[in-house]
Design a protein around this ligand. Structure first.
Ligand SMILES: [Zn+2]
Length: 407
């Protein structure tokens, strides 16, 4: 057993701070969380790590990643040249980058060939370094639809049930369905066009529910957002209220989402400044307005970066996570709210709230320590002193990555 003791311990729940606190860890589990001395004396319980200038908090959660894509690689044209063997190595490197940014759980919302499951299991075995992975495997999409090349095409109710069942049979932790078109697939419906009916989406939700799993629905279009909500998905991804003429926030629809308690992952990533340079302030303002309006409407939003997918031609690498949290601050969120949506709420939305996302006895020892106080300065989340994934320390060796990275 060991104790991690710090100037402050954040449980993850909004505003819950234990000054001069400590966390007692036994192997991969948290035993207790409380003020200094609450875990017992060092001699009795084992080694003590003293971090007097630091904040300890739950490991960060990225609710929307694509480990199978490189930040600068177009997934469509890349598909044929890249072998599964090579791709798996790329995914392992992206997983390493994520955890090097303090992310201890990531939900992969679209990978081909069930490679996300192979990587997930390898990380759990200790064969690879990375966060715990909640894997959706192949996204369910219409023939030739958004991300069809990941292998999850289905066009009617029987078809979506079939792909859902195959994904679950392979070991998927959740399902992903492309309720609307998107931006990245040539020839697919654009993002303002729905791909499925409410009944078809409901069939996906039913299949997931038979195994106690949730569904993440990719939805840009108003109609797709509405039918995802009505179908009972766990999370609505993007939720951009996109139309042929740009973002058009719908306050009525947002009210319905808030009333249902459905989570929204607005896929806020850290390449914001580069996107501003590439696409201009106006488009970004409209998008940010949607995020802050949803906050005001009481919609529960969560952190997720969509890393791997270039956003409008701008690279979106796996280690810009904290930059995404700073965009939430631009949308009006306070730091305590942001930490909650990056930990407790994201864990709940991804279906792993029972095992991680907060510092509580019995949960996995997924936690980070940062120099400073992120409640006052969000950027302090970049100053990592400790990353534990199920109690296993992820060392920062100083060896830089060979593929695209921060900066
Ligand atoms: Zn995505």
């Amino acid at each position: 057993m060991r104790i991690v003791r710090a100037a402050r311990v954040l449980t993850g729940r909004r505003g819950e701070v234990i000054a001069d606190g400590e966390v007692l860890i036994d192997g991969g589990r948290i035993v207790s969380v409380g003020p200094r001395g609450s875990a017992g004396e060092a001699g009795e319980v084992g080694e003590v790590l003293e971090l007097p200038e630091h904040t300890v908090l739950p490991g960060l959660i990225d609710a929307h990643v694509h480990l199978g894509f490189d930040a600068q690689v177009d997934p469509v044209t890349r598909r044929s040249p890249e072998s599964e063997r090579h791709l798996l190595l790329r995914m392992a490197e992206n997983a390493r980058k994520l955890v090097s940014a303090g992310v201890t759980t990531a939900r992969d919302l679209g990978a081909r060939d069930f490679l996300d499951l192979a990587l997930r299991d390898a990380i759990e075995e200790g064969l690879a370094v990375g966060p715990h992975i909640v894997a959706a495997t192949r996204p369910i999409t219409i023939t030739g639809g958004h991300c069809w090349y990941m292998g999850g095409e289905a066009d009617d109710e029987a078809g979506v049930r079939r792909v859902a069942r195959e994904n679950l049979r392979a070991g998927a932790d959740c399902l992903k369905v492309m309720a609307s078109g998107g931006l990245m697939t040539p020839g697919a419906p654009p993002s303002w066009v729905p791909q499925y009916t409410t009944e078809q989406l409901r069939a996906v939700v039913e299949e997931a529910a038979t195994r106690g799993k949730g569904v993440a629905a990719h939805a840009h279009a108003h109609a797709a957002i509405r039918s995802s909500l009505e179908a009972g998905v766990a999370t609505i991804e993007h939720c951009t209220f996109f139309t042929p003429s740009g973002h058009r926030y719908d306050a009525k629809l947002a009210e319905l989402i808030a009333a249902a308690g459905t989570y929204v992952c607005p896929t806020v990533h850290g390449a914001f400044e580069r996107i501003r340079a590439a696409h201009g302030q106006e488009m970004l303002d409209a998008w940010l307005h949607g995020i802050s309006s949803m906050r005001e409407a009481g919609v529960r939003q969560i952190a997720g970066t969509d890393c791997g997918f270039a956003a409008g031609g701008v690279a979106n690498p796996a280690d810009l996570y904290v930059g995404g949290l700073e965009v939430f601050a631009m949308a009006g969120y306070g730091n305590a709210e942001i930490i909650e949506l990056a930990t407790v709420l994201a864990a709940d939305a991804c279906g792993v709230g029972e095992v991680t996302g907060s510092l509580d006895p019995g949960k996995r020892a997924d936690l980070i320590a940062v120099a400073g106080n992120p409640l006052e300065r969000l950027a302090d989340l970049r100053d990592l002193a400790l990353v534990l994934v199920s109690g296993r320390s992820v060392g920062q060796t100083g060896v830089d990555t060979v593929t695209a990275s921060v900066g």
